[in-house]
Structure formats: structure tokens, C-alpha cells
Design a protein around this ligand. Structure first.
Ligand SMILES: [Zn+2]
Length: 312
């Protein structure tokens, strides 16, 4: 029997819901299999050759990570425009790193990647950083319906001096914060901001939440004016120790923050504020695909080439 057509490993509605280690090794036993996958995805038979303009097949060039057009011999590189291009790390190790990141619910540290694939810590760190750059859902469209909004500090508890000198709502102002917005039953958007002032929050919320939405927040005063621009605004009185009143709650977004913070504490220990957004993106990416039939592995791998994403 003919070998299984590798192009058929492309994500499809029928792809298995689980991506196990043995399945991974079956699909991607070596670098060539990974390259074939990328070729099948970016240059399937009948792709118009960028040089001669004919619908061509591209044949593998022996000993190189390239394919050539059947008519004019133009070379194409399936890794061009991907995070894998010109990397000294082998393609299979890259795929495996994507697999590792996709197969955990609460993240995986660079330290663990270092141990698993035998690269230096620095390389492992850089690989995960690169993969995370693919995971932003910013361009996926705004939220609507019932939307919970909340923000949380980053960078630990306020220092004693801050506690003594300022009231709670002042402390809230000038620290890097994560603003999270979640459509109930839908997706999340989360972004890192320099403070939690009205001006900052308003800008972010307007960008990600449509005006016809019902929004749910806590009592933080910055939300008051924001609420006037929405169909309705309900505020939960956390200060009065009330957390749920009927459908008035922000537990969904708080749950997300809880998951994120536990992950950062348990897996990453501490992360630099510079990288905070990419870690937030990683968690939001998982959250947004929690009910998806498409395994996370394929969802991540689908994004390795940015141009391809924009045009598909
Ligand atoms: Zn050609």
C-alpha cells in the first residue's frame, strides 16, 4: 500500500481531537516530514509559481530545505516567513516545542524545554518566546453580548510604603496591569497596560468591546464613564463583599486571571514585564480554543507564517 499522503495531515474537521506524543512522532518522525508538511500547506500542488506564474507542482531539491517549480525551476522555501526560517534548531525540534506548548493546559517553562530537547536554556527561552509571538488574538474581532471586564495588577503585592501612603484606588493607578474582557460563552481579549486610569481603560475597552454590549465590571470608578457608552452597565459591589447578584458578576474574567496567575507562579515563577503580554496571549489563546475540535497543536502550527494567516 502506498505511504500515507503527508499532505493529508493538514488540519481538517476530521483531525483527531487528541495530539498524543506517539501521534506526533508518527506524523513528524524527522525534519523532512516537517518540511513536507509546511510545503503541503504553503505550496500545495497547483500553487501559482511566484516567478513564472504557472500553476505548478514543486519538487524537493535534494539536500536542501527547498522545492523547485516544475516549469521554471524557481526555488521556494516553505519555512520562509515562519519563525523556523534560518534557525540553527532543527525543524523537528521546533515542531516538538510547539507540541509541548500545545499539550499543557497551564504552560510549560523554558527550563523544561531545555531538558526535553537538549538545547541551552537561552535557546529554549528564545524558542518559546518566538512561538508566543504567534498567539495574539488581537485581530480576531471585537466582543459583544454580555461582556465582563476587569483588570489586575502585575508585579506582586503593593509595597508597604505604597500601602501606607495611598488608598487602594490610588495604588491601582500606576502599575502595569492586565485588562481582561470576556464575552460570556465566547472569547477573551486581554492586554497589558501601563496603568488602570480611566483614559487607558476606556481606550482598550472601546477597541475590543462593541457599544451594543452589556458590560459587567466592579466598582472601580474608571468604569463608570466607560459604562455610559454601552447599552448597559452593571457593577458588582465587591467592596460590600457581594460577588454574585443574579447575572451580575465578573467571575468569568476573574477565573481567567486566577488561572493565569497560578500558571505564572507555578510554571514560570516570575516573568519580566516586557514579556507579560506574550504570556497573557498564550493563556488567552488556550482559553479561546477551550471548546474547539481542532487540537491546540494544529491551531498553533497554523500560525507559523504570518502572511499565510492574513490571506487565509
Ligand atoms: Zn515557475
Amino acid at each position: 500500500m502506498a505511504a500515507r499522503n503527508r499532505n493529508s495531515v493538514a488540519p481538517s474537521p476530521s483531525s483527531e481531537s487528541q495530539m498524543t506524543y506517539s501521534r506526533f512522532m508518527e506524523l513528524f518522525p524527522d525534519n523532512d516530514a516537517c518540511l513536507e508538511y509546511l510545503k503541503g500547506r504553503f505550496f500545495p500542488d497547483g500553487t501559482v509559481c511566484p516567478k513564472c506564474g504557472k500553476a505548478s507542482k514543486f519538487h524537493r531539491i535534494k539536500g536542501r530545505s527547498a522545492y523547485s517549480c516544475q516549469y521554471c525551476g524557481n526555488h521556494v522555501y516553505p519555512t520562509a516567513g515562519t519563525i523556523f526560517h534560518k534557525s540553527s534548531v532543527s525543524l523537528q525540534l521546533w515542531f516538538y516545542a510547539v507540541y509541548l506548548m500545545s499539550s499543557t493546559r497551564c504552560g510549560i517553562s523554558a527550563k523544561q524545554l531545555e531538558r526535553e530537547i537538549g538545547v541551552t536554556y537561552k535557546t529554549a527561552h528564545r524558542m518559546f518566546k518566538q512561538i508566543r509571538t504567534l498567539l495574539s488574538d488581537d485581530e480576531e474581532g471585537p466582543l459583544s453580548g454580555e461582556v465582563e471586564i476587569d483588570e489586575t495588577f502585575y508585579g506582586g503585592k503593593p509595597r508597604a510604603a505604597e500601602k501606607r501612603n495611598k488608598r487602594g484606588h490610588l495604588r491601582r493607578k500606576h502599575r502595569p496591569s492586565v485588562v481582561g474582557m470576556v464575552e460570556r460563552g465566547g472569547e477573551i481579549r486581554a492586554c497589558v497596560v501601563g496603568d488602570a486610569t480611566h483614559a487607558t481603560l476606556s481606550k482598550v475597552v472601546k477597541e475590543f468591546v462593541l457599544p451594543e454590549s452589556m458590560i459587567f465590571t466592579d466598582e472601580w470608578h474608571a468604569y463608570k464613564a466607560i459604562g455610559r457608552e454601552y447599552k448597559s452597565h452593571r457593577r458588582i459591589r465587591h467592596r460590600s463583599k457581594i460577588y454574585v447578584e443574579g447575572d451580575n458578576y465578573t467571575n468569568t474574567i476573574e477565573g481567567f486571571f486566577g488561572l493565569f496567575k497560578n500558571g505564572v507562579r507555578g510554571v514560570y515563577h516570575a516573568i519580566s514585564a516586557d514579556y507579560l503580554q506574550s504570556y497573557v496571549d498564550e493563556y488567552a489563546f488556550r482559553y479561546n480554543r477551550r471548546n474547539s475540535d481542532q487540537p491546540m497543536f494544529w491551531a498553533m502550527l497554523n500560525r507559523v507564517r504570518r502572511e499565510a494567516r492574513a490571506s487565509s
